[in-house]
Design a protein around this ligand. Structure first.
Ligand SMILES: NC(=O)c1ccc[n+]([C@@H]2O[C@H](COP(=O)([O-])OP(=O)(O)OC[C@H]3O[C@@H](n4cnc5c(N)ncnc54)[C@H](O)[C@@H]3O)[C@@H](O)[C@H]2O)c1
Length: 257
């Protein structure tokens, strides 16, 4: 039976764990070859090994242009090219306006914004040579609305929505579609960090914020990484051939647009 991503090669940044790992598994299940790219090289190796011969691990820091270039070259050599890029690597932080430092600003923007731009920049020439491709960026419901003490993260995720639109309009003529996913609250290792920071800034017991945000979702629960991977497969597939420049909310009904 034909699978939706048969013959495709995907590079997934932040693929070692959480949403990225679920995307890698879903892509392999749909017939793709997948490069699991992550700062956590050992975790990337383990995630790739569990997926078998269709997956390879790539140690990559999306804030480092040389690291991106080396990683992309490694994948193109091993798998013959890249058809799909998922810019999933991301980091979260919280701080008051007074606490923001140039270093904390740089960390959030270098990963969430710079990583998205420069990893795309590295794969686009190869996609153009192949006659097309697909890029999926990771925004967030946090990119749709600001939040107290989350200025840096929210603004990076709002930037991803705009970056997606500009990339899509520039690359449409090359047959490269560019979309983004804006997840709501998804149960991953990132939420350990998020919950701990909300406990500090909202003076709550640990675990309370995570429970409350899950209960507040119209569908009634926190999403799973697999529930983000499924629409990612759709966006990467031929089924979405007429979809570009969009940011798709996958959040159980939290945001409507
Ligand atoms: N979990 C949520 O509720 C949620 C909600 C909205 C958006 N998102 C976004 O979804 C994406 C995945 O989130 P997650 O919850 O799976 O996070 P996670 O922290 O569980 O996983 C993120 C992965 O990115 C990797 N990474 C971080 N910095 C990197 C770098 N410089 N280079 C390469 N890899 C790097 C990490 O090592 C990790 O494996 C992120 O962009 C996040 O902002 C998550």
């Amino acid at each position: 039976m034909t699978k939706r991503l048969d013959g495709k090669v995907a590079l997934v940044t932040g693929g070692a764990r959480g949403i990225g790992a679920a995307i890698c598994a879903a892509f392999v299940a749909e017939g793709a070859k997948v490069a699991v790219a992550d700062l956590l090289a050992k975790d990337a190796e383990e995630t790739a090994a569990a997926l078998g011969e269709s997956a390879m691990a790539v140690a990559m820091d999306v804030t480092d242009l040389d690291s991106i270039a080396a990683g992309v070259a490694k994948v193109e050599e091993a798998f013959g090219g890249i058809d799909i890029l998922v810019n999933n690597a991301g980091v979260f932080t919280m701080s008051t306006i007074e606490e923001i430092t140039h270093a904390s600003y740089r960390q959030q923007y270098d990963v969430n914004v710079g990583g998205t731009i420069f990893t795309a920049q590295a794969v686009v020439p190869g996609m153009k040579k192949r006659g097309g491709g697909c890029i999926i960026n990771f925004s967030s419901q946090a990119g749709r609305r600001g939040e107290a003490n989350v200025l840096l993260y929210c603004s990076t995720k709002a930037a991803v929505i705009s970056i997606t639109q500009s990339m899509a309009l520039e690359l449409a003529k090359d047959g490269i579609r560019v979309n983004a996913i804006a997840p709501g609250v998804i149960d991953t290792p990132m939420w350990d960090v998020v919950d701990g920071l909300f406990a500090k800034y909202e003076n709550r017991p640990k675990g309370e914020k995570k429970r409350l945000v899950g209960e507040a979702v119209p569908l009634g629960y926190m999403g799973s990484p697999e529930e983000i991977a499924a629409p990612c497969v759709f966006l990467a597939s031929e089924d979405a051939r007429y979809v570009t420049a969009q940011t798709l909310n996958v959040d159980g009904g939290n945001w409507m647009s």
